[in-house]
Each structure stands twice: as structure tokens, then as C-alpha cells.
Design a protein around this ligand. Structure first.
Ligand SMILES: Cc1cc2nc3c(=O)[nH]c(=O)nc-3n(C[C@H](O)[C@H](O)[C@H](O)COP(=O)(O)OP(=O)(O)OC[C@H]3O[C@@H](n4cnc5c(N)ncnc54)[C@H](O)[C@@H]3O)c2cc1C
Length: 241
């Protein structure tokens, strides 16, 4: 495979590098100091919103999409070099609207969401107005193999009912996190790789509760965080793609 960067990718990479050097690197240490001084660190400091607006204005936004309907139409091999740059900074991925798990979640929504689901969530995720989480890993099973999953997404008439506990759900602590993709077992009789459903869940749906946030090597990674999330009889209207 040819891993050389395209001319378009090179242009974006240079602009991202310049933005990092001019706008992000000079403020990042102060950003961390300010956040660390707060009693409640689960907040978005104004500088983040300002830099997001600037990055968006310059077209340095949603760089991860390989087609130009939703993003910049860069090759994955171009984007890898951009992610290498933004990965040097804790705040840069959000500033370019390129942070996990929103990137993967937006792609899932585009490929598999119904028109209604897309209309409800995609513009808000693409604009960076809201953030999202991906709830797959569970405390009680070896989750590196998703076929061990025990949480359920059961169909009941026009509704889907979610039950289970998830953990390491990255981003659920962010004040803008409004939606999650929940993964659960729907059909226990199906072959083990065909049992699961992914369900879009508004974080404020009745029955969803964030039990606690988990530290990673002593850090909570505020304001994103990694949470333990309980789903107790969460009933959602079933919109099929
Ligand atoms: C910072 C952070 C962020 C995360 N964010 C998310 C997120 O947003 N959403 C989400 O759903 N999850 C998230 N995760 C969870 C992550 O995806 C899981 O930790 C990972 O998939 C491993 O699953 P596990 O923790 O259950 O480990 P296990 O599956 O219990 O694995 C533990 C060890 O056992 C080994 N092992 C497991 N099964 C076998 C086997 N059959 N044979 C041999 N060895 C085996 C593994 O290789 C590993 O070394 C995050 C984790 C971290 C640390």
C-alpha cells in the first residue's frame, strides 16, 4: 500500500500543524492549570468553544470523514498523519471535532442510522454542539470479546428495552454529552456474532444513570471521563434504519 500523503492531505496537515502551533500549544498549559483549579472540572472552559469556532471557520473540522459530504474528504492515510499531530494534545481532538468516540459514532450513524435518527443527532454532532458516548464494555464479562456481553436490548412491540451495566464509557462526563450508542443482546438464539443491536439512547432517558466516573492511572480525564453507566428498563421508541 502507498502510504504517501496526498497533496490535499499535505495542505490540511500543514494547516493543522500551524493551528496547533499558533492557537493550541500556547494556551494548553494555562487551560490545564485553570481546569485543575476548579472544584467542578466537568465543564467546558470558554477557550475551548472559542478555538472550536476558529478551527471550524478555517475548515479544520470533521477531518476524519473520508468523503466530503460530511467532512473534508481526506484519505484515511492522510488523516492518520493529522491524528498523529492532534494526538499530541489533550484538547486538540475536540477543537477539530475529531475526538473519540464521536468520530466513530458519527460514522455509525451515517452508515446505519434511520433518516429520523440522522436528522435528530447528526447535525448536532457534526457541528460540535453535542457529544456522544459508546457503551459496549461491561464490568462483569471479558469485554474484549463482545460475544460475552450480557446487557440486553429487547424488542417489545414498538419499543426497545435496555437493561445492563456498562463501564469505561468515555465521554459520558462531558456536559455536552447528550447521546450514547448502547450495545446489547437482542436475539439469544441467533449465531453468536449476530445477536447484538446498537441502540441510540439519549443520556437523559428515564432509566439511564451514571453511577460513577473511573480513574485511569489516577486521572479522571475531565471533562470527558470514563463512566459506569446503568441502564434499568430504559424504554425507547424503536426506529429501524
Ligand atoms: C481509557 C479507556 C477508555 C475506554 N473507552 C471505552 C468506551 O468509550 N466504550 C467502551 O465500550 N469501552 C471502552 N473501554 C473499554 C475497553 O474497550 C476494554 O477495556 C477492552 O475492550 C478490554 O475489555 P476488558 O476490560 O473487559 O478486558 P478483558 O476482556 O477482561 O481482558 C483482560 C485481559 O484478558 C485477555 N483476554 C480476554 N479474553 C481472552 C481470551 N479468550 N483468551 C486469552 N486472553 C484473553 C485480554 O487480552 C486482556 O489482556 C475503554 C477502556 C479504557 C482503559
Amino acid at each position: 500500500m502507498d502510504f504517501s500523503i496526498s497533496a490535499k492531505g499535505q495542505d490540511y496537515l500543514e494547516r493543522v500543524k500551524r493551528f496547533m502551533a499558533d492557537e493550541i500549544v500556547p494556551v494548553e498549559a494555562q487551560y490545564h492549570r485553570e481546569l485543575a483549579a476548579l472544584d467542578n472540572r466537568w465543564v467546558v472552559l470558554p477557550v475551548i468553544r472559542e478555538l472550536k469556532a476558529k478551527a471550524r471557520e478555517q475548515g479544520l473540522w470533521n477531518l476524519f470523514f473520508p468523503d466530503d459530504t460530511y467532512g473534508c474528504g481526506l484519505l484515511n492515510s492522510d488523516y492518520a498523519l493529522i491524528a498523529e499531530e492532534t494526538g499530541r494534545s489533550f484538547i486538540a481532538p475536540e477543537i477539530f471535532n475529531c475526538n473519540a468516540p464521536d468520530t466513530g459514532n458519527m460514522e455509525v450513524l451515517i452508515h446505519y442510522g434511520s433518516d429520523q435518527q440522522k436528522a435528530e443527532w447528526l447535525p448536532r454532532l457534526l457541528s460540535g454542539e453535542v457529544r456522544s458516548a459508546f457503551c459496549m464494555t461491561e464490568p462483569d464479562v471479558a469485554s474484549s470479546d463482545a460475544t460475552t456481553m450480557v446487557a440486553t436490548a429487547t424488542v417489545d412491540g414498538d419499543e426497545v428495552v435496555l437493561n445492563g451495566r456498562k463501564w469505561w464509557s468515555t465521554g459520558v462526563g462531558h456536559p455536552d454529552c447528550k447521546v450514547a450508542i448502547f450495545m446489547g443482546v437482542t436475539d439469544t438464539d441467533a449465531a453468536k456474532h449476530r445477536r447484538h443491536s446498537m441502540v441510540l439512547v439519549p443520556i437523559d432517558a428515564p432509566g439511564v444513570s451514571i453511577e460513577r466516573m473511573l480513574p485511569v492511572f489516577g486521572a479522571y480525564d475531565e471533562p470527558y471521563g470514563h463512566g459506569v453507566v446503568a441502564f434499568d428498563n430504559v424504554r425507547l421508541w424503536r426506529a429501524i434504519a
